[in-house]
Design a protein around this ligand. Sequence first.
Ligand SMILES: [Fe+2]
Length: 437
Amino acid sequence: MNEVSSAPFWLAGNFAPVSEEGSHQELKVSGEIPKDLNGLYVRNGANPPFGKSLDWFLGCGMLHGLDIRDGKPHWYRNRYVQTPLLEQEMPEPKTRSVLANSIANTHVIGHAGKILALAELNMPIEVNDQLETVGPYDFGGKLNGNMTAHPKHCPVTGELLFFGYAMRPPYLTYYRVSADGELIQQEEIAVKGPTMMHDFCITQSKTVFMDLPVIFDMEERAKGGLGIRHDDDYGARFGVMPRDGGSNDVKWFEIEPCYVYHTLNAYDDGDEVVLEGCRMVGYMAKGMVKPPIPVPYQWRMNLKTGAVTERQIDDLGIDFPKVPDALVGQQHRYGYFAEFGKMAPTVEGFHKYDMRSGARQSHMLKNGCSGSEASFVPAARAASEDDGYLMSYIYDPNDDASHLAILNAANLSDDPIAKIHLPVRVPAGFHGSWIEY
Ligand SMILES: [Fe+2]
């Protein structure tokens, strides 16, 4: 690979797309893969098929999957999510506005036996467990709008909760899907305007929406601009709603203006709802040269008094937050994050925060290696919240190839428990899931 490049960061180094789809078996392993790992680790990311794109977020989605059974890697394969946009050199916003024309590059999740590739301005695209595309998925004809790339799976009820936002009214729609995959609730939620809502949260009893001042400007968009800007007059608020409620049930909490791409989690705590996430100040503000760094942050919203207390947990720039799937909406102690480099969103290491004390353990990558988002996978008979593994695709420039690192979540600074070596590289990407067999 060419190390010196004038290309934008998302087309250089390990952000650059790979040119082939492949399937590989008999993968080399260093260390020992825990025997209790049985599942598919699959991660999505932008991989522009013609080698160019206007932005990191605008390349067509490619899935990278590793099938692990009984302590052995079964296969690795990478596949494009097949959509009509793969034919286009640079997918235009106009063609992307067709619901099924998803760029499908942001996340991939499993629910009720389906695997869905997601991008927030379109409907989901179903793939099978071999990562071959099945096609657009509309929950039996019931979904006729966009679906966020960050739905939340409730570990207690098995429900999948999500929303879709849009640049034109209705700006926000909320959905609830049962454990067996039936879309059982759809509600329009009133927000102030076309806010770019990338994520949201659930607790055991509530849904929390983020109505924040990074908005779509349709006039600027019509002139060919990016059409996303910080609106200093918009305000900033979180909306807390019973999970089976509607727009009239939302209780809004004004917060200090900020933007949050990714939440870590939320939970009920007596009269309060606690939300933690990665907070940025001044994102997309006029004159922004580069995005502000997101820092770990906590908001406590008191449903009785209406008061909000805010607290920064640390000043380190981190993102890709995760809690164990079993604690989504439940009280957690630990949060897992990735640290980005100063020049580009290159994952240089991982941190585990004790969100109560702010103490952290770190696993920084060495020898020029760079990572991806990490997923937490619990040990089979986990004795504690952090008894499990962090998994992430790591790129090693020294052999121009990637491996899946399996880290010890309880002692994150330890050397990896195992590495599954791939004969190819996996480009830096976005979000992934561990889908247990
Ligand atoms: Fe995201």
